[in-house]
Write a protein that binds this ligand. Structure first.
Ligand SMILES: Cc1cc2nc3c(=O)[nH]c(=O)nc-3n(C[C@H](O)[C@H](O)[C@H](O)COP(=O)(O)OP(=O)(O)OC[C@H]3O[C@@H](n4cnc5c(N)ncnc54)[C@H](O)[C@@H]3O)c2cc1C
Length: 418
């Protein structure tokens, strides 16, 4: 493939606009063969290669000065094995499109996150998760993956034949090669009943363990002031509230299996629908988010300290704190590697100087051995890696073996994984 077939380069920016760069070439392959040819052509020229999903990461995980690939035209369902409920999907498929296709097939994803506009490969590559104390992140539903190697060959990983390397690839930020297709373990279709309400912070803390244990999904947003709710487009739950207050409160949510037919009640605060129609909520691009996975035993104490920080030193930082649960998994560099966790996320408002606030939150959360969400702002550095990830050295060794020239790295990733 010649230089020109890679296509001209251009400027790229992420969804929220805090990351941007100029790539020398851009390409939008429509098949695995085209994807492989693009990768081989770029590496022959000594260029770096990165793939953009839907650009919903806040960190520089997509950046490249070489070839930037978009797989938006390499999307759709490849095959379905009805007996095993395994579904193979092209890497650029949006999560929402997967949900709509699965509904037609009588299947569901086991869990998903707050939005469904990410490309599947982009979402699982950073460890994207939903909430549920017994439920793993999205990548823990992966049972097979095809990755393009620097010479354009295909590395075909399956849970049966190459389980360990598949665990490395599940969360790999594009460093083991562009993902072409992904096989997901799905389950029979289910409806969820969602209930949303508001309660005082202390009441929420008191019920924390019980609500996490007795519901398939439990999560909440802590809001220091009434205005916080609007920043994340959260509904006004005063009509279904357990408290007369609208400050220092938790906007709570549970979701559980139900046999009931779809309905919506109480101003939308009680709802039944097909699984993938319940999970997503709406955000506007007005926040820069940091998130860490905190060992579950320390979750409440870590949240108390972040709350205290916001009520005292950083009173101008009023975005809600989101608090969710995710079960341990085995992905080598997954934020949830062998550790049941809660995730605590905070956001800075674009245009205000929020860096000291994020650093103070990092100082609290790192004391508890917390790990970063790779797609959200964090202060994790190379020195932290071996302590946080027992298999970090294995990951680096595998990455070097598959990509000795480092074509699939960028500066941000080189610091952590070279
Ligand atoms: C509004 C909003 C809501 C969010 N909600 C949640 C949530 O509920 N839970 C959660 O955990 N996170 C959440 N996130 C974070 C988001 O899910 C992650 O950052 C996710 O990785 C973004 O997916 P993407 O498709 O935009 O990928 P990108 O951000 O474009 O890319 C992410 C990484 O994947 C790599 N990549 C993309 N495609 C491929 C491929 N085909 N092969 C190899 N590597 C590839 C990229 O190079 C990059 O390293 C949210 C973010 C936003 C902005």
């Amino acid at each position: 493939m010649s230089n020109t077939t890679l296509g001209p380069g251009g400027h790229w920016r992420n969804w929220v606009g805090n990351q941007s760069f100029v790539a020398r070439h851009m390409a939008t392959p429509e098949s695995e063969a085209e994807l492989a040819a693009c990768v081989a052509a770029a590496t022959r020229q000594g260029l770096g290669v990165r793939v953009a999903g839907s650009g919903h990461s806040f960190t520089p995980v997509v950046a490249t000065s070489g070839l930037l690939l978009s797989l938006e035209k390499h999307a759709g369902i490849v095959s379905v094995d009805r007996a095993s409920k395994r579904v193979t999907v092209k890497a650029g498929t949006r999560i929402g499109d997967i949900g709509r296709a699965l509904k037609q097939m009588g299947l569901s994803l086991a869990n998903q996150g707050d939005i469904d506009t990410q490309a599947l490969a982009g979402a699982l590559s950073t460890g994207t998760h939903g909430t549920g104390a017994t439920l793993g992140n999205l990548s823990s539903q992966v049972v097979g993956m095809r990755l393009v190697q620097p010479d354009g060959s295909i590395l075909d990983l399956t849970a049966e034949q190459d389980a360990d390397r598949l665990l490395a690839a599940r969360v790999s930020l594009g460093m083991l090669g562009p993902i072409s297709t992904i096989t997901l373990q799905t389950m029979d279709a289910y409806n969820l009943k969602e209930i949303v309400w508001r309660d005082d912070f202390e009441a929420c803390m008191e019920r924390h363990d019980e609500l996490a244990a007795s519901n398939r999904h439990f999560a909440f947003f802590w809001c220091p002031v009434p205005e916080s709710r609007h920043l994340y487009c959260l509904g006004d739950t005063s009509s279904v509230s357990n408290t007369p207050r609208d400050y220092d409160v938790c906007e709570m949510k549970t979701m559980n299996f139900t046999d009931a037919a779809p309905y919506t009640r109480a101003g939308g605060f009680e709802k039944v629908a097909y699984s993938s129609e319940i999970y997503p909520i709406e955000y506007v691009a007005n926040f820069h988010e940091l998130e860490y996975a905190v060992p579950v035993a320390h979750g409440k104490q870590a949240l108390r300290e972040v709350r205290e920080l916001m009520l005292t030193r950083h009173r101008n930082c009023i975005y809600p704190v989101e608090y969710r649960f995710t079960a341990a998994d085995s992905g080598w560099i997954s934020p949830f590697f062998e550790q049941d966790s809660v995730t605590i996320s905070v956001s800075g408002g674009p245009g205000i100087d929020y860096w000291d606030y994020l650093r103070d939150v990092d100082a609290i959360l790192r004391r508890y051995g917390s790990r970063p969400h790779w797609g959200k702002l964090h202060f994790t550095n190379a020195d932290d890696m071996p302590r946080l990830f027992r298999r970090h050295a294995d990951f680096v060794a595998l990455r070097r073996r598959l990509d000795p020239q480092g074509h699939f790295l960028n500066d941000h990733l080189r610091n952590l994984f070279a």
